[in-house]
Design a protein around this ligand. Structure first.
Ligand SMILES: Cc1cc2nc3c(=O)[nH]c(=O)nc-3n(C[C@H](O)[C@H](O)[C@H](O)COP(=O)(O)OP(=O)(O)OC[C@H]3O[C@@H](n4cnc5c(N)ncnc54)[C@H](O)[C@@H]3O)c2cc1C
Length: 561
């Protein structure tokens, strides 16, 4: 536990330097303060933090609740004392900024322990107040626990330690699923209720189905497409009238930017309700900067304002603001929304836009899916993943990617995010020279393979069939060919398909009719070879994108499996 007191530490040793006050002492705020000190030893840097902790790892809180992280000191990355010793930061915890006078360049700070008010002047002010958890007006919501701060984690840890007979997590997003996993880890029967028709809405439905599969495998019960309408003393009531037991109820239904400080200072807000900032991080008042969850970002794909609440973004913005205050030039840094989450033994990661969003925005796209292994299959421990990549049909610009699976998901999404930032197109992924040895990858890395696939699709010669096209093609008379082995065919196939194993396709062709053919295998690779063969033999054929594994996931997403 931190030994930090609420007593103000000595001010900076350089009373003549620029007076910079940072409000919020976690991701964005602390990045700003420490970077600025590295650039300017003379600046008087004061950090005001409402809670009793600074620089804590809020991303680790769900794992503390479930006992995976046993020592809470592991979450507390810094103390005011250490920040003073190393950076000469004047860090004031248990101190809340309650008023800002931008004309006088002055703040009112109230001690959350004593209520005492004090004034503080600034030359430059940086707001990093984060986000506010949503608390919908549902009857009984007062007893719902929220996980946002170290103090919340303490409270929830206490609840979990009393071994409640049941728990309901409202919201199937990142934090909700991490919390559910940790509740199961603590042996508490857990239900996740998600009002949308799928969990993990940043993923497309067939990818989210793979995450749902993993949660169910570990005993999490999932209710989608139904909202919670009431919290009772013993559980929750759903919109369809059902009641679920929930001695412990945790709300994880999202956040909104905390704009209270901005409103105090009469700063402009943007179209999405966050603080509007220029690429320098400056708000509508050039002496006031804002970073992190509270501000609007520029979406890297569409260029519009967006609300992306991620630690990496907050940290990068903090550095940029410090640079600008110190007189350095800064680059605009639009945000892709690259994110990752661990769900039991699986990882789900994503970057850029998903298919739902591309469709909603009316943007043309093409898609490739694959199910590669994390490394060479002959080396022990290879794990399968599913990857989906979306790209522009004309330019090949990568618009987004998602991956769910075991080892190596993080690496592939990070490579694609890097490619997107660097303007590398989908077919150019084929040219990336990536590190390879059998324990790490394959000589053709899954990312290279996505490049090959995109190249094939963009060439116009190898059009793939998307899951939602299959029924229509069948109705038009297309023959569905399963080119896997008879054993694979017997263990389950797409209903109504014919089995023509790839290695016997030439011999069997005469008995299969003239087509046209939808071809599929397990993951799409043999299907591609079969499609090429059929083309060479003068037939019309299209490969089913991602093969049987994609079809199965799409069935699960549609509630048909
Ligand atoms: C449980 C949890 C898990 C998460 N996991 C991940 C993850 O795995 N990956 C990821 O990228 N992101 C994750 N996030 C999101 C990430 O933590 C945030 O995006 C990031 O912390 C935002 O940084 P920030 O500086 O904007 O706000 P915060 O880090 O939230 O800091 C804001 C601080 O400002 C203080 N404050 C607010 N108003 C005042 C005031 N008036 N006076 C004084 N102080 C004030 C608050 O007390 C707070 O400590 C997670 C968040 C939570 C809650």
């Amino acid at each position: 536990m931190s030994t930090a007191s609420s007593a103000p530490l000595p001010r900076s040793d350089s009373p003549t330097g620029l007076r910079v006050v940072v409000i919020g002492g976690v991701a964005g705020g602390m990045s700003t303060a420490t970077r600025l000190r590295r650039l300017d030893e003379a600046a008087q840097i004061t950090v005001i933090e409402r809670s009793g902790h600074v620089s804590y790892a809020n991303c680790g809180l769900p794992y503390f609740v479930g006992g995976v992280i046993e020592d809470e000191n592991d979450l507390l990355l810094q103390t005011p004392e250490r920040l003073y010793d190393r950076f000469r930061l004047d860090v004031r915890i248990n101190a809340e900024v309650v008023a800002i006078d931008p004309l006088a360049h002055e703040l009112s700070v109230r001690s959350t322990l004593t209520g005492e008010l004090s004034q503080l002047s600034y030359d430059k002010l940086v707001l990093s107040p984060g986000a506010v958890p949503l608390r919908p007006p549902i009857p009984g919501f007062e007893r719902v626990r929220i996980l946002r701060t170290v103090e919340d984690a303490h409270q929830l840890f206490g609840d979990v330690s009393s071994a409640p007979a049941s728990a309901v997590v409202i919201g199937g997003g990142f934090i909700g699923l991490e919390t559910a996993e940790n509740l199961i880890h603590a042996k508490i029967p857990t239900v996740v209720v998600e009002a949308a028709d799928q969990i993990m809405t940043p993923l497309d439905a067939e990818m989210a189905a793979l995450v749902a599969r993993e949660l169910k495998r570990h005993g999490v019960h999932i209710e989608t497409g139904v909202a919670v309408t009431e919290i009772t003393p013993t559980g929750v009531v759903l919109a369809d009238g059902r009641e679920l037991p929930g001695e412990l109820v945790i709300g994880s239904i999202g956040v909104r930017p905390d704009t209270r400080l901005a409103e105090m200072a009469q700063l402009a807000l943007g179209p999405r309700g966050g603080i509007a900032v220029a690429s320098t991080g400056q708000t509508s008042d050039p002496d006031i900067y804002a970073v992190g969850d509270a501000v609007e970002k520029i979406d890297a794909i569409g260029g519009e304002a967006s609300l992306i609440t991620l630690a990496n973004v907050a940290n990068r913005q903090g550095r940029r603001v410090a640079d600008h205050i110190a007189g350095l030039s800064v680059r605009p840094a639009p945000s892709l929304g690259t994110a990752i989450v661990k769900v039991f033994e699986k990882t789900a990661a994503m970057t850029g836009w998903n298919e739902k969003r591309l469709r909603a925005e009316g943007r043309a796209f093409r898609c490739v899916r694959s199910h590669p292994m994390s490394h060479a299959t002959y080396y022990p421990g290879a794990e399968q993943m599913s990857i989906k990549m979306l790209f522009d049909p004309d330019s090949g610009e990568i618009l987004g990617a998602q991956a769910v699976g075991g080892a190596g998901v993080d690496k592939r999404i990070d490579i694609i995010a890097t490619a997107m930032t660097g303007g590398i197109s989908a077919p150019e992924l084929a040219d990336l020279e990536l590190a390879y040895a059998p324990p790490f990858s394959s000589a053709k890395d899954p990312v290279n393979m996505l490049g090959y696939m995109a190249e094939n699709v963009l060439s116009g010669d190898f059009d793939v069939v998307e899951p939602d096209e299959l029924d229509a093609l069948r109705a038009e008379g297309w023959t569905v060919l399963d080119v896997r082995t008879p054993e694979e065919f017997a263990s389950g196939t797409i209903p109504g398909s014919l089995n023509a194993p790839l290695d016997e396709l030439r011999q069997q062709l005469a008995s299969l009719g003239d087509g046209p053919f939808v071809v599929f295998c397990q993951v799409g690779q043999r299907g591609h070879t079969a499609t090429a063969l059929l083309h060479d033999l003068g037939k019309t054929a299209r490969n089913f994108d991602g093969g049987f594994l994609t079809w199965q996931a799409a069935q699960e997403a549609a509630g048909r499996a």
